[in-house]
Design a protein around this ligand. Sequence first.
Ligand code: NAP
Length: 299
Amino acid sequence: MQVTKLGYGANSVGGHNLFSNVNDDTGKEVVKAALDNGIDFLDTAFIYGLGRSEELIGEVLKERGNRDKIVLASKAAHKLVNGEVVKDNSREFLRDSVEKSLKRLQTDFIDLFYVHYPDGKTPLAEVAGTLKELKDEGKIGAVGASNLSENQLQQFNQDGYLDVYQGEYSLLKREAEHFYLPYTVEHNISFVPYFPLASGLLTGKFTKEATFTDIRKKDPLFQGEAFLRNIEKVNQLKALAEEKDAEATHLALAWLLAQPGVDVIIPGAKSVGQLKNNLQTLDIQLTIDEVEKINHIFS
Ligand SMILES: NC(=O)c1ccc[n+]([C@@H]2O[C@H](COP(=O)([O-])OP(=O)(O)OC[C@H]3O[C@@H](n4cnc5c(N)ncnc54)[C@H](OP(=O)(O)O)[C@@H]3O)[C@@H](O)[C@H]2O)c1
């Protein structure tokens, strides 16, 4: 599977259950702009708008007629039971989820399908077996998993079925470096970092006085003293970026792309302007010295 280095993470496309400041039209405009600007890798999931993100992406791809040029990734694990979201990794549920995703995306093939979260009961080798079965049947192109503990990842991959692992990784969340990145490199598994901009914190647009009403309100990176320290680090990143005529966003994303084992990033964007801004990352070349300076700021 070959994709451009910078894909698009579409959790805000139709993601009304995650964010309050999104609407369908803007979501579709951002997806269209992504395609118009050469992005060929779209990351979605059922839980992004309870299927709405997939539907909107499906509509855009149908309008454009270029499904075969795009690498589509989606995920499942969540379902609504009596209005509550619960997780399910059973064979029956995952097979049904893929069928429903195919319909919403208006396609007959999903390039990469992840189990989004473990359900805490289905044995993970069995979950991997279900996705491998779907791959062998040609419904999906690659087996993915996300949000697994170290042990769970090893269990999932006991038969070597895992193609892509998606985990949180950014300048402000480095835990992936201790196990996930070495493991995926060793086992020839692609690692896709999520929250690459730490939900916007690494763009440098927030001041110490900023307050949050959305999912960031509960994110430890945005709390109290930690938030103030993070802002100070990001301000140093901004200063370094200015020396290169760039912005903190571009250095944060270019730094990720410079990490061994990271081949592609999927920053989110809630507007066409943000998307185009993020794409400027591809014009940035970091020297070894600059990577070291960035590491030092965030050490
Ligand atoms: N596997 C998983 O469990 C999991 C979990 C989370 C995310 N993901 C995937 O990873 C993707 C990326 O995560 P994310 O989108 O939540 O977080 P992110 O990429 O770290 O941050 C994206 C957010 O930052 C702000 N932003 C982005 N570009 C900007 C720019 N140039 N200037 C100013 N602000 C900008 C926007 O929010 P505001 O405008 O509101 O500040 C945007 O929604 C998701 O879309 C999803 O596909 C997967």
